[in-house]
Design a protein around this ligand. Structure first.
Ligand code: HEC
Length: 281
C-alpha cells in the first residue's frame, strides 16, 4: 500500500516536471557540463562533492544518522574480506594486482573504461572477472558478496580521487556513451519510468522510507551496504533492483547496455570524488 501510494504521488509530480536540458546537449563534454549544472542549479545548497553521498546529500536527518553509523561502518566486514581476497594468489600464483595498472591500487576512478581492442566498455566488475578467467579461475557472481568485497576494497583505495573517465576519439566509444545515455532516459516497466524520472527529476523525494539519490555522482559510492539487503550490493545489483522496482524486466548483470549506462553515468560525474564503499539505510 505504502509503496503504491508513494509511487503514485511521484508519478503526479513527474507529469508536472519539466524535462531536463541535460538530455539535449550536443557532445559528451558539453553533456557532462550541462548535467552537472542542472544539479548544481537545482540544489544550490548542496556542495558539488557532496552529491556523491546520494540520499544523504538531500536530507539532513538521514545524514546525521549516517555520520553516527560511519564510526562503525557496516561495510567494514566486506572491506576486510576484499583486501584479503585481493592479495590471495590464484592457483597459478598470479594475483588480481597483476591484471591492473598500479597493481589495482587507487585506480577505481578510471572505471568503466573503453577498451579499444575489445571495442567495448569494461567496468571494474567485468575487469575483475576477466582477470579471474585469464588466470584459469571461475568468474564470480556479479551481485554477490565476493564481487562487492573486491570492489569495496578497490574503491576504498581510491577514496577522494576524482572520477576520471576517458572518452577516446573512437566512434565506438561515442556510440557506447550514446547507448548508455539513451538507456538512462528511456521509460520502461509497467510504471513507465526512466532512470531519469527518479534520479534526475525527483532527487530528494521519498519513495516509501527511501530518499532518492541524485544522478550526479550516483555511482561514486558503489558498492554499497544496504540494511534492506542485509549486506553489500554491487553496481550490477543496484541496476537490476531499480529495474525491478518499476516492474520492468532487468537485463543480465553486465549486459552491454548496463555497461554503457555505467559508462555514461560515470562520465557525466567526472571530477566528483570516489566515496565508496558506501552505507545506506
Ligand atoms: C521508481 C524510481 C526509480 C527508478 C525509475 C530508478 N531508481 Fe535507482 N533508486 C531508487 C531508489 C528508491 C533507490 C534507493 C534510494 C536512493 O539511494 O536513491 C535507488 C538507488 C539507486 C542507486 C544507488 C544510489 C545511492 O547513492 O545509494 C543507483 C546507482 C541507482 N538507483 C541507479 C538507477 C538506474 C541506473 C536506474 C535506471 C535503470 C534507476 N536507478 C531507476 C529508485 C529508482
Amino acid at each position: 500500500m505504502m509503496r503504491a501510494a508513494g509511487l503514485l504521488a511521484l508519478l503526479a509530480l513527474l507529469t508536472a516536471a519539466p524535462s531536463t536540458q541535460a538530455a539535449d546537449a550536443a557532445d559528451p563534454a558539453a553533456e557532462a557540463k550541462a548535467f552537472r549544472e542542472f544539479f548544481v542549479k537545482k540544489f544550490p545548497q548542496v556542495k558539488l562533492d557532496d552529491f556523491v553521498n546520494g540520499p544523504y546529500s538531500m536530507n539532513e536527518d538521514m545524514r546525521r544518522q549516517w555520520e553516527e553509523k560511519e564510526e562503525f561502518p557496516p561495510y567494514q566486514f566486506a572491506l576486510d574480506a576484499g583486501k584479503e581476497m585481493f592479495s590471495q594468489p590464484f592457483k597459478n600464483g598470479k594475483t588480481y594486482a597483476d591484471c591492473f595498472d598500479n597493481r589495482g591500487i587507487g585506480v577505481r576512478q578510471t572505471y568503466p573504461m573503453f577498451d579499444a581492442t575489445a571495442g567495448k566498455v569494461v567496468t571494474l566488475e567485468l575487469a575483475l572477472n576477466n582477470c579471474r578467467e585469464a588466470n584459469g579461475e571461475a568468474p564470480l557472481s556479479y551481485v554477490k558478496d565476493e564481487m562487492a568485497s573486491l570492489t569495496a576494497y578497490m574503491a576504498f583505495t581510491s577514496r577522494g580521487k576524482a572520477m576520471d573517465i576517458k572518452l577516446p576519439d573512437d566512434p565506438r566509444a561515442r556510440a557506447a556513451f550514446e547507448t548508455g545515455k539513451q538507456y538512462f532516459y528511456t521509460r520502461r516497466g509497467q510504471l513507465n519510468f526512466s532512470c531519469a524520472s527518479c534520479h534526475v527529476q525527483s532527487p530528494g523525494e521519498r519513495i516509501r522510507a527511501e530518499v532518492l539519490a541524485p544522478a550526479l555522482g550516483i555511482l561514486n559510492a558503489m558498492p554499497i551496504y544496504r540494511s534492506e539487503w542485509s549486506g553489500m550490493g554491487t553496481t550490477s545489483r543496484r541496476f537490476t533492483t531499480c529495474n525491478s522496482q518499476i516492474r520492468g524486466v532487468p537485463l543480465e548483470p553486465q549486459a552491454e547496455e548496463y555497461r554503457d549506462l555505467e559508462y555514461y553515468l560515470s562520465y557525466v560525474s567526472n571530477g566528483l570524488p570516489v566515496s565508496g564503499p558506501g552505507a545506506r539505510p
